[in-house]
Write a protein that binds this ligand. Structure first.
Ligand code: CDP
Ligand code: CDP
Length: 233
């Protein structure tokens, strides 16, 4: 698709949806096509969960985890290695791009993301990053809470079976010893906590465009979004 057709681009694009629905893959591709920055906010919550485990903080201790979220330094940079990562994730000066994807982090990230103080610390940083505009921001609460005024909002969905299958293949490709049933259970567990929490639950904004990608490839979803952007012009 020709980029010159794309005038009247939205200042910011919010992409929300459940785990492994394709948000970061599709968000990164769209951002590259239109020359926007891409921020996957899930990385920030993963970084808090990872660092809590690293420092031996009990993830049930809301006060300690919140203090950690307020002092943690997270830098998300363009990928410096072609090992499949989408970004370099630097936590307090150290590269933990893959560590934040570990099973141990998956198991606790939704629990730490429930804490209102953790969310407040992350939301403040996310809004600051978005101030300059030209950003595709990905998460669970971007269209509803972080950037409620985003002028394009997408809610990317897919059934848990399809999402688990995709994540399973992804994990196998990285050489991880996983079983499909565990991946299904882990996604279900996170979806349940993410959708059920009191503050900023996972849900589609009322003005979000819904895309069900069960039967769509990455390429088809990207084309669909690019057509929506073209129509705005
Ligand atoms: O990549 P995947 O979809 O598996 O997860 P992620 O986007 O990296 O997010 C990891 C976890 O962070 C989610 O399951 C949520 O608990 C939390 N999260 C959140 O609460 N709010 C966001 N804006 C982004 C992620
Ligand atoms: O960011 P999120 O957790 O929502 O999902 P992702 O990490 O971007 O996508 C999970 C996996 O599903 C990746 O390997 C994608 O390439 C794959 N995927 C797919 O095969 N078809 C789609 N329509 C969307 C994602």
């Amino acid at each position: 698709m020709c980029e010159q057709k794309l005038h009247n681009l939205p200042k910011n694009i919010a992409i929300d949806g459940p785990a492994a629905s394709g948000k970061s893959t599709i968000g990164t591709l769209i951002a590259n096509k239109i020359g926007y920055m891409c921020l996957d906010t899930g990385i920030m919550y993963r970084a808090v969960a990872f660092q809590a485990l690293k420092e031996g903080i009990n993830v049930d201790d809301e006060e300690q985890v919140t203090k950690l979220a307020e002092r943690i330094e997270i830098d998300i940079l363009p990928a410096s290695s072609r090992d499949g990562r989408q970004f370099d994730v630097i936590i307090n000066g150290e590269d933990h791009s893959w560590d934040i994807r570990a099973t141990a982090v998956n198991a606790v990230v939704s629990e730490v993301s429930v804490y209102p103080g953790v969310r407040q610390a992350m939301t403040l940083q996310q809004r600051k990053i978005a101030e300059k505009g030209k950003i595709v921001m990905i998460g669970r609460d971007i269209g509803t809470v972080v950037l409620p005024d985003a002028d394009m909002k997408i809610y990317l969905d897919a059934s848990v079976e399809v999402r688990a299958q995709r994540r399973y293949i992804e994990d196998l490709g990285r050489g991880e010893d996983v079983c499909l049933e565990d991946v299904v259970n882990s996604l279900r567990h996170r979806d349940e906590i993410d959708s059920g929490r009191a503050v900023a639950p996972l849900k589609a904004a009322e003005d979000a465009i819904m895309i069900d990608s069960d039967r769509m490839t990455v390429y088809e979803v990207v084309e669909h979004v690019m057509k929506l952007l073209e129509k705005r012009g």
